[in-house]
Design a binder for this molecule. Structure first.
Ligand code: SF4
Length: 236
């Protein structure tokens, strides 16, 4: 049923601009029923800027895995200051992390894809699941051309994993358009983007890419491309 509803919502969302789509989503679901879970990457910073300018009191938060690069904390601070509002910080369950690293070691994710997925599950998916409980929609900065797994992305989809509608206002933007928006609007961005990091996650699981390489080649570089998702956007 919700997949059908998502198709209907997609139709009524029509060919709106990202700002119009955000305004539509706020009106449709209510600001208290929408959140943005930001990675603080370039695309999510664009969405945050649009949300703040929309003015609706939407909860904006980030998942602090405990393994983020210092540069990400720097852009988090800068974003809080730039917009004069809190960007929530959500932590994983301390007991679950403690038990996992005591069993598998602090760098367990390099040892197998299974370990890596477990780590992403405990540090990212479970905390997000808690935050999305009772929420109707989350707004994401996903783009179709970010990875081979995202080519079918729609601006409005049903996310069966979290039982929410997923809104992707910049699904059809390319990277140049993201940077044009950032520079035109003075949006804070992670300085790692200028050092060969198009996609930034945990420090231990992200490295710079070479010119011409896929944007997500630096994420979990030791794994095959079809495995390169953290579980927040399965199949995407
Ligand atoms: Fe763990 Fe790496 Fe996933 Fe971060 S990206 S949650 S460190 S496996």
């Amino acid at each position: 049923m919700s997949t059908i509803e998502a198709a209907q919502y997609l139709e009524s969302a029509g060919s709106k601009t990202p700002q119009e789509l955000i305004a539509w989503a706020v009106g449709e679901f209510g600001p208290e029923n929408i959140v943005q879970a930001t990675s603080l990457g370039a695309e999510d910073q664009v969405i945050t800027d649009m949300l703040v300018k929309n003015g609706a009191p939407v909860d904006i938060f980030t998942l602090d895995t405990g393994r983020l690069p210092q540069e990400t904390y720097a852009v988090l601070e800068e974003t809080r200051e730039r917009y004069g509002r809190n960007i929530g910080i959500v932590f994983p369950d301390a007991g679950a992390v403690e038990s996992m690293v005591n069993k598998g070691g602090p760098n367990l994710f390099y040892k197998s894809t299974e370990n890596r997925k477990l780590c992403c599950q405990i540090r990212k998916v479970e905390p997000l699941k808690k935050k999305l409980a009772g929420i109707r929609a989350w707004i994401c900065g996903l783009r179709r051309d970010q990875s081979p797994t995202r080519t079918g992305l729609q601006a409005v989809e049903w996310d069966a994993q979290f039982s929410v509608f997923k809104i992707s206002p910049i699904a059809d933007w390319n990277e140049s358009r993201v940077w044009e928006y950032i520079h035109q609007n003075g949006v804070p961005f992670n300085i790692l983007h200028g050092q060969g990091y198009p996609s930034i996650g945990c420090a231990c699981c992200t490295r710079a890419v070479q010119p011409g390489e896929d944007a997500r080649a630096g994420r979990w570089w030791w794994e095959a491309p079809e495995h390169k998702e953290c579980g927040l956007h399965p199949g995407k």
